[in-house]
Write a protein that binds this ligand. Structure first.
Ligand SMILES: Nc1ncnc2c1ncn2[C@@H]1O[C@H](COP(=O)(O)OP(=O)(O)OP(=O)(O)O)[C@@H](O)[C@H]1O
Ligand SMILES: [Mg+2]
Length: 627
């Protein structure tokens, strides 16, 4: 007997479904795209338990007729294309006729829908891909799709679902992307009964960005409008003071479709070269408009990637539009006289608009190219840093100490003489026992020269700080000691994406053990305590970076085991550490060395990068032929 079986229709369907639908987020994406294709200008998404038990997507689009309903959930059934030639110029988000069939195959599905000219609506019920019933139903014009018990009939797939919170993160991310791609649609996301996102749908991209990222983010962006050779590029980029540790704030849309485009990302990043530090990534929300015939969207089942018939014009369009916007932004005169920025922002809430109406005609003088933000409930880490006085320097009105510290630890160290804010090494690990050594000097603003016994140490300033910071944070975390924190009188906001916020929440215990206290708000973490020894801006960077690295390691927030956290902490310490090539106040280097030298082995960091190099007296003597 032959070994080859022709699979049954049902099994073949399940396999095909897996390509389109692998987790709740992909279901939500497909359902929202259908709503958009149906011409809706209002879409409400509701999920429970990360979408695993329930997802509901309601739109006010064109709806379906009773006859069309059972056809819609068949494979290869679509109203969007008819023949092969139509594939050459796709203008809708869907076209494969696969999504509803795939969703129906792996869940309990209900669709309630009505067209404008039908007196009643209809309800279709399906289980594991089979239609169970079709009935008349009173409902408004539009469509509501309800998906329950996802993958209940596909245990292999269900096993791979992550914790509810992680699935909710993924859903939120897609909904945010779609909200950014279509500012003309009012989009709501309700997760376990809580409203997570609510966009105005007024057609203004700025107001959609405001809803997704918050005001602080929006005020740190500049508009982009440009392009080249039939590719238009419109949207916003983050200013050079609005950068991220990873790529997750780079948002590209091609003809309104959210995609991962390497070409566009490369162009963006190249355009930002020399405007931002090399280890940082820019933020953007950019929509590229291209002739649909020049883009192939049919290369990926979930349509997350596209192929351009020619990559070059896309690269050039993004590069030149972004560069132009950046240059226009930074060539502003040093002293600019300009109206209060609240005046020209359409997205200022009515309340505030009224309050500041007097200020509209006033002129303010700003000494920097950056716009001054209006008053917030909270201030951001970057601004906070300007007003921040190192704890040891003077009694600080912003900071309060809660814990009892040994008086000797409170005594001002060398850093106390600094006049300007400086990154503060935290209290020494065990400085008392430090072996005899002497800081000889610093070269290239990067390396410290230290004499210790018969050796000369060449220390990389940045790597050293990274190492010291990591050791201290990790020691605190392990001791679960909440005493080594600085309490801020004024909490500051660290802007974070939805997924970053959820990651922090999922790892709250560990993050707090490091020395943070934070409350999550709509677009940020409001930070009220930071690890001792860090200045607020650096602490903000540390927190943001922790959120990203924690998630990246395992793809889920749930598996933050000890080692994983340690690794994330180490990578993040790098972000908060002082940089080579920059001058720091006198006394600072001394303090840093003190801590480094107190560590058991100063030459390498926990992950093998060199921190210090040694040159022995004997080796030098040999070179100079003294022996
Ligand atoms: N929310 C909706 N409002 C109106 N019609 C809808 C809606 N959702 C689906 N339909 C109809 O059902 C058809 C099948 O939807 P389905 O998502 O399976 O395929 P598609 O959108 O055509 O292609 P793709 O598989 O690429 O998404 C659509 O072509 C459309 O006619
Ligand atoms: Mg579809």
């Amino acid at each position: 007997m032959g070994k080859i079986n022709v699979l049954s229709f049902a099994v073949a369907n399940l396999i095909a479904a897996g390509e389109v639908v692998d987790r709740p987020a992909s279901v939500i994406k497909e359902l929202m795209e259908n709503a958009i294709d149906a011409g809706a200008d209002r879409i409400t998404v509701e999920i429970q338990h990360g979408g695993i038990t329930l997802m509901r997507v309601a739109d006010n689009g064109c709806g379906m007729t009773k006859e069309d309903l059972p056809v819609a959930i068949k494979r290869h059934a679509t109203s969007k294309i008819k023949e092969a030639a139509d594939l050459d110029g796709i203008t809708t988000l869907g076209f494969r006729g696969e999504a509803l069939a795939a969703i129906a195959a792996v869940s309990d599905l209900r669709i309630i829908t009505r067209t404008a000219d039908a007196p009643f609506g209809s309800l279709l019920t399906a289980k594991a891909g089979e239609v169970v019933g079709i009935a008349e139903q009173g409902c408004p014009v539009g469509t509501t799709v309800i998906v329950e018990n996802l993958f209940a009939n596909v245990p292999a797939r269900r096993k791979f679902l992550k914790k509810d919170v992680s699935e909710a993160i993924a859903v939120g991310t897609y909904v945010e992307k779609i909200a950014l791609s279509r500012p003309d649609i009012a989009i709501r996301l309700i997760t376990d009964g809580t409203m997570r996102l609510d966009t105005a749908g007024d057609g203004d991209l700025k107001s959609a960005m405001y809803a997704v990222f918050g005001r602080d983010f929006v005020t740190r962006t500049v508009p982009v409008s440009g392009g080249a050779e039939n590719v238009r590029v419109e949207g916003f980029i983050g200013r050079s003071d609005n950068v991220r540790p990873k790529r997750n704030y780079e948002n590209f849309f091609i003809n309104g479709r959210f995609v991962n485009s390497r070409t566009a990302a490369a162009a963006l990043e190249q355009a930002f070269t020399s405007f931002i530090p090399p280890e940082k990534f820019p933020c953007c929300v950019l929509n590229l408009t291209i002739n649909p015939a020049a883009v192939d969207v049919n290369v990926h089942p979930a349509k997350l990637e596209v192929k351009f018939s020619d990559e070059r014009p896309v690269f050039e369009a993004v590069f030149s539009a972004v560069r132009t916007a950046l240059e226009a932004n930074t060539t502003r005169p040093e002293i600019a006289v300009k109206p209060t920025p609240t005046a020209d922002r359409a997205f200022v809430p009515v309340e505030e608009g009224r309050r500041t109406s007097l200020a509209r005609d006033q002129l303010t003088i700003s000494t920097a190219p950056a716009e001054k933000r209006p008053a917030f409930e909270h201030i951001s880490a970057a601004d906070y840093a300007k007003n921040y006085v190192p704890r040891a320097a003077a009694p600080n009105p912003y900071l309060e100490k809660q814990r009892a510290h040994a008086p000797s630890e409170r005594a001002p160290g060398p850093a106390a003489e600094q006049k300007e804010p400086a990154p503060q090494p935290a209290p020494a690990v065990t400085a008392e026992e430090a072996p005899a050594w002497r800081l000889v000097g610093e070269v290239f603003l990067t390396y410290l020269l230290v004499e210790r016994g018969d050796t000369l140490l060449l220390i990389d300033k940045h790597a050293a700080h990274e190492r010291v910071l990591f050791e201290e944070l990790n020691a605190r975390r392990k001791a679960r000691g909440r005493e080594a924190t600085q309490i801020l009188l004024l909490p500051f906001d660290v802007p974070l994406s939805g997924e970053d916020r959820e990651t922090l929440e999922a790892n709250r215990e560990e993050v707090e053990a490091v020395g943070f206290a934070f409350r999550l708000s709509a677009h940020a973490a409001s930070v009220s305590e930071i690890p001792e020894g860090l200045e607020p801006a650096a602490a903000g960077e540390l927190l943001a970076s922790l959120a990203v690295t924690l998630r990246e390691g395992t793809g889920t927030a749930a598996h933050a085991d000890d080692l994983h956290f340690e690794k994330a902490l180490y990578q993040s310490a790098c972000k908060a550490a002082i940089k080579g090539g920059r001058e720091y106040p006198p006394g600072y280097n001394e303090e840093l060395c003190k801590k480094l030298m107190a560590l058991p082995d100063v030459t390498v960091c926990p992950h093998g990068r060199p921190v210090a190099m040694e040159l022995t007296r004997a080796a030098l003597d040999r070179q100079f032929k003294r022996t």
